[in-house]
Ligand binder design. Structure first.
Ligand code: HEM
Length: 299
């Protein structure tokens, strides 16, 4: 979770940097068209340039947005809204599967381009001032690259909080959800132990208390089904704790296992054919949902 204040702190981006960048805005605005032609002649060398920017409509739109982004670098005001826009740029590029190297290489070109403009247009300035301007440009470009590439790495994880209060709430809920996940794992382990006890009890009942052989076999099969489903759930929960996405299909698996267990038990009881038919239908529906969910795991 990030706020602009934190990013500024990390990069030691001060009000001085903001005013340096504002100082450059007039000269940069007058070079905006030249900037676009420079960037485009640079990125047109990328092997699949025309795959990403296939026609004039998309190119024009991109150029307009690139121009706005360029002007934004020198606006001098960098709010959380600015951060959110950068995150969105990263997401748009990630969505079209643009290799992140292309963005980094283009940023490198842009850095050199801006340095050249400063060196050409501010020869009359003190050397220290020129160095300061360049340092501020480097900071804002690094911040841009950082945010854009971060939203490439994990779109879901990268989150920008609007206020400190929001930051606290989100931190609290993520800790709370972590504790809930741990509690769930412990409950699942206890549930597995209980099913194992049931398992042992069935065998004891058969061996020493004269239990019905057929019923015992079916009960044991049912218990094994439940253990298998709980194991799947446990595995998913552990994966979630390790930062992966939770596969909802594990729950569907558990529901199917529970229904199949009931069917196994009902098949032994006389006059239960309607219930068995209903349960069979439910298993069929859950099976279709399970299949659809696993058909395309990414979506
Ligand atoms: C530093 C490098 C780059 C910057 C700052 C940048 C900036 C932007 C911006 C501001 C947008 C609009 C995002 C939105 O809709 O909110 C965008 C979209 C896009 N960018 Fe880039 N871009 C960069 C590099 C590239 C490169 C190297 C390519 C391709 C070779 C590319 C292709 C595209 C495409 C295809 C879109 C979507 C255009 C659309 O359909 O509207 N970008 N970019």
């Amino acid at each position: 979770m990030e706020t602009l204040e934190r990013i500024k702190l990390i990069y030691s981006f001060t009000d001085e940097d903001a005013s340096n960048l504002r100082y450059l805005s007039v000269i940069m605005k007058s070079n905006a068209n030249d900037f676009i032609s420079g960037v485009y002649s640079f990125i047109s060398n990328f092997q699949d340039f025309s795959k990403f920017l296939p026609d004039d409509e998309i190119k024009n739109r991109h150029q307009e947005k690139l121009k706005l982004w360029f002007a934004g670098l020198f606006s001098g005001t960098y709010s959380n809204e600015y951060l959110r826009r950068l995150k969105r740029i990263g997401e748009v590029h990630a969505d079209i599967k643009l290799p992140s190297h292309y963005v980094s290489a283009t940023m490198n070109y842009i850095r050199n381009y801006i340095h050249d403009i400063i060196l050409k247009n501010f020869q009359n300035l003190d050397k220290n001032k020129i160095d300061e301007l360049i340092v501020s440009v480097n900071k804002i470009l690094d911040i841009n690259l950082d945010i854009i590439i971060s939203s490439y790495i994990d779109e879901g994880k990268f989150y920008i909080a609007a206020t400190k209060f929001e930051t606290k709430i989100v931190k609290f809920s993520s800790k709370f959800s972590y504790i809930l996940d741990l509690a769930l794992i412990i409950s699942l382990i206890i549930a597995t132990i209980m099913v194992f006890l049931l398992f042992a009890f069935e065998i004891y009942d058969l061996a020493f208390a004269g239990g019905n052989f057929e019923t015992t076999v079916v009960d044991i099969l049912g218990a094994m089904l439940i253990i298998w489903a709980i194991r799947e759930l446990l595995e998913e929960e552990v994966k979630k704790l390790q930062g992966h996405k939770f596969a909802l299909s594990a729950f569907i698996g558990l529901a199917m296992a529970a229904l199949l267990r009931k069917i196994l038990i009902f098949t032994l009881a006389p006059r239960k054919s309607t219930e068995v038919a209903i349960l069979g239908f439910l298993v069929l529906v859950l099976g279709i949902v399970y299949w659809l969910m696993n058909k395309s795991p990414k979506s």
